[in-house]
Design a protein around this ligand. Structure first.
Ligand SMILES: Nc1ncnc2c1ncn2[C@@H]1O[C@H](COP(=O)(O)OP(=O)(O)OP(=O)(O)O)[C@@H](O)[C@H]1O
Ligand SMILES: [Mg+2]
Length: 358
């Protein structure tokens, strides 16, 4: 891991970039070959990561969607002495309760219908390395208990087995919801929370580290211009100003997409303000904030009209319409839809499945 300036002196001055020695060897995305840390807040974060990395302490990364939680987790892993062992990343929100149990802890042959052979879980796969549990806030309560036991005992028992297998794994968890609030609301175990957050790492949203916006924009401009074989690409001062003023609710991932798209639609070599397409769902964000009275009045009127017509299964109809309209509004992006409706991604997925919207 080395810090080096951009190798194109004409593009973006002395922005420090962290380059992974074998970028292709890590599977996140081919874009994620370097990290930009320019804002003083990001530099501070980088220092902290370097201090935390060598220990095997569990880390909890807290940050909004697209702030780079997975990238940071991989960075901690790469900087630690486990760096040449496996890094296993699991998204807790994308799996059903039964699947997550067998995937995490493994299972014996015949443990359940369809378990035709034995299978090691991710804990075993990550032995000697790092296990990254993303969206930990979505972990079902029964799995939270089992996870706590594994972390306390440092051994796993496969589903359908009695034998415990010792494991040596560093845990890094990530969340984009306020886990402390989830603890207070009784949705997340307090003992597990403390066990996971020995080293808490708060990843600020992009709007709180404005010094990163332009270096990241130029970083992605260089990458995407190269990829499409364009010799040079620039950003007009007005487009830069717009980017600095924007709130970036989708954070770095959104910025990357905005630059990529702008480059594709821009007729010349300089990105103009009109080439920048900020996401529709995100620009609506302020409108989703606390439900104001006029909105609930409007909703009440619509419901009263519906009651007059007395359609069948009214409650299901209202729920299905809410879910499907929000899902389409967010261009079928589950993370955005869950955020818009202020429900967890697990609950959203369950509804999408129930109403056959997936
Ligand atoms: N410091 C950085 N420098 C350059 N690129 C970055 C940096 N941080 C994040 N990225 C890029 O931003 C994108 C989002 O990062 P990542 O997937 O790690 O975010 P996340 O917080 O895990 O998002 P989500 O909550 O949606 O899972 C990736 O393409 C990643 O390469
Ligand atoms: Mg992630």
């Amino acid at each position: 891991m080395s810090i080096k300036p951009f190798d194109r002196p004409d593009t973006y001055y002395e922005s420090p970039v962290l380059t992974f020695p074998e970028p292709r060897s890590f599977s996140l995305s081919i874009r994620a070959t370097a990290l930009v840390f320019e804002d003083p807040k990001s530099r501070e974060l980088l220092d902290r990561l370097e201090r935390i990395a060598p220990s095997s302490a569990s880390a909890l990364i807290i940050g909004e969607t697209g702030t780079g939680k997975e990238l940071i987790a991989r960075h901690i892993h790469a900087l630690s002495e486990r760096g040449n062992r496996s890094f296993v990343a699991v998204n807790c929100a994308s799996l059903s309760e039964s699947l997550i149990e067998t995937e995490l802890f493994g299972h014996e042959r015949g443990a359940f219908t369809g378990a035709v052979s034995e299978k090691a879980g991710w804990f075993e796969t990550a032995h000697g390395g790092t296990l990254f549990l993303d969206e930990i806030g979505d972990l079902p309560p029964s799995i939270q208990v089992k996870l706590l036991r594994v972390l306390q005992e440092r051994e796993v028992v496969r589903v359908g087995s009695r034998k415990s297998i010792p494991i040596n794994v560093r845990m890094i968890a990530a969340t984009n919801v306020d886990l402390k609030a989830a603890v207070q609301a009784g949705r997340f175990r307090e003992d597990l929370y403390y066990r996971l957050s020995v080293a808490p790492i708060y990843l600020p949203p992009l709007r709180e580290r404005p010094g990163d916006i332009l270096p990241l924009a130029h970083h992605y401009l260089r990458i995407y211009a190269e990829r499409i074989g364009q010799a040079e690409a620039h950003i007009s001062p007005e487009a830069e100003r717009r980017m600095q003023e924007y709130s970036w609710p989708g954070n770095i991932r959104e910025l990357e997409n905005v630059i990529h798209y702008a480059l594709l639609v821009c007729p010349g070599a300089t990105l103009r303000p009109e080439d920048l397409h900020f996401s529709a769902a995100s620009t609506q964000q302020s409108a989703v904030a606390p439900a104001a009275q006029p909105e609930s009045d409007e909703l009440e009127r619509a419901l009263r009209n519906l009651f007059d017509k007395n359609p069948p299964s009214l409650y299901d109809l209202v729920e299905k319409t809410t879910i499907s309209t929000a899902y389409n509004f967010c261009e079928r992006n589950q993370v955005h839809t869950a955020r818009l409706l202020n429900i967890s991604r697990n609950v959203l997925r369950a509804r999408l499945i129930r109403y056959q919207l997936l």
